[in-house]
Write a protein that binds this ligand. Structure first.
Ligand code: FAD
Length: 395
């Protein structure tokens, strides 16, 4: 009954079992520790951007979709925070901010604004963006489903995943196939999280969240999904490999003496940098890394064109996230697409002919998104282990 996912992954020299061992024993605990720190738990995002593709109802009205970002650095900081503190704890953000953290966030904004002053596609310098506390807004079951959710997934796959290739997967080039596998892996990860932190009971005084084995089976069991479930799980492992490889390639950037994890508290900054470097070294120790040079490897002009196609499709998917009507889902959808976008930038932004002067740079927003994104995938792989055990107990 356990969805069978094992053995070597396509287009890689890596097997599922090695990833399980490496992730569950080594990477996962380190990632979890890092993601608790203030630097990585606050993500700046604009959740109020209108959907650029169709008129949407703007939000779904489900209680568990709520995200309450209170801007800690706004002029009305105190009244904003008061409102937050009084609001239902469900999905609220920033309620736990100490005065110190609030001050630090003000400094981050100043520091980030000085570093780069323009409004990127992905929000971080836009005035409407706000810091959201990710630990207070966990990715879990929200009840968002039906035609609205389907419309998002359909337009992602049909319009942005190289439709022809989606239908005739085998005939397509390895890059387009890889792109589809990344999106499908992200979709699988979301499905695992909502099954692992499912709303098990909803009494007026308490909500209980936990693993729902039948929800998990309905999404991944081979028989119940006409064989698709295990393939989707394999795509999750592929996504893990891509993001893991990007972490390794980020190492030289982070190592630079001038690269700071700025929070305004120098001791904390140093400790966080050490923790991050430790994580990146751990990532580097994985022996079966994906070889990114196998992609976009042909004729340079054709490779550049293909890269541009993939980049545009990916940008479109980022913009579709503004059409997700459940704000909690939108928050994590935006964060994870930005994290994956950063991974792709790290792996593929340089051409063999690029001059050494066009060296890779990473800003805070990209780093926070990347580390949180792989944190999600790493957690999914860990959750799979848990589901395997629960399914074994069931039989
Ligand atoms: P869906 O998951 O909606 O899938 C639609 C169709 O896509 C399936 O029928 C299948 O044909 C195909 N499909 C499914 N999985 C894959 C895959 N891995 N690869 C390729 N094709 C696939 N809900 C929550 O409870 N919590 C969340 O945090 C959350 N975040 C979301 C984020 C985004 C960006 C979106 C679009 C939706 C999110 N949802 C979330 C909703 C959730 O993803 C499902 O849409 C919902 O649970 C309904 O599921 P479903 O069984 O109808 O199939």
């Amino acid at each position: 009954v356990c969805p069978q996912v094992s053995g070597e992954l396509d287009d890689c020299h890596c097997d599922v079992e090695s990833i399980d061992r490496f992730n569950n024993e080594l990477l996962f605990p380190k990632l979890q520790a890092l993601l608790q720190t203030d630097y990585f738990r606050f993500y700046k995002v604009n959740l109020n951007k209108p959907c650029p593709f169709w008129t949407s109802g703007s939000h779904c009205g489900l209680r568990d979709c709520t995200v309450k970002p209170c801007s800690p650095y706004s002029a009305e900081v105190n009244s904003e925070l008061d409102k937050c503190e009084k609001s239902e704890a469900l999905g609220a953000v920033d309620v736990s901010l100490s005065d110190e953290t609030r001050e630090a966030l003000k400094n981050w904004t100043k520091h980030d604004d000085e570093a780069q002053r323009f409004c990127l596609l992905d929000d971080e310098w836009c005035p409407d963006s706000q810091y959201v506390d990710l630990l207070l807004n966990p990715e879990r079951f929200t009840g968002y489903k039906g035609p609205e959710a389907w419309k998002i997934w359909t337009s992602i796959y049909e319009e942005n995943c190289f439709k022809a290739f989606y239908t005739w997967l085998e005939g397509q080039c390895v890059e387009k196939r890889a792109f589809y596998r990344l999106i499908s892996g992200l979709h699988a990860s979301i499905s695992i999280h909502l099954s692992a932190r499912y709303l098990l009971s909803d009494e007026w005084f308490e909500k209980r969240w936990g693993p729902n084995v039948s929800e998990f089976r309905s999404r991944f069991d081979s028989e119940l999904t006409q064989g698709e479930g295990p393939k989707r799980l394999r795509n999750l492992y592929f996504l893990f490999l891509i993001e893991l490889r990007a972490l390794v390639k980020a190492l030289p950037v982070v190592k630079e003496g001038s690269f700071k994890l700025f929070t305004g508290q120098p001791q904390e900054d140093c400790r966080n940098k050490e923790r991050l470097l430790d994580l990146l070294h751990t990532a580097r120790s994985f022996p079966l890394h994906f070889n990114e040079t196998s992609l976009f490897a042909g004729d340079e002009t054709e490779a550049a064109k293909l890269k541009e196609d993939v980049r545009l499709a990916f940008m479109n998917i980022s913009r579709i996230m503004d059409c997700v009507e459940c704000f909690k889902c939108r928050l994590w959808g935006k964060l994870q697409t930005q994290g994956l976008g950063t991974a792709l930038k790290i792996l593929f932004s340089e051409l063999p002919s690029s001059p050494p002067s066009s060296r890779l740079t990473l800003n805070r927003q990209e780093l926070v998104a990347l580390v949180n994104a792989i944190g999600r995938i790493s957690t999914s792989i860990k959750e799979l282990q848990n589901f395997r055990e629960l399914l074994a107990e069931d039989t």
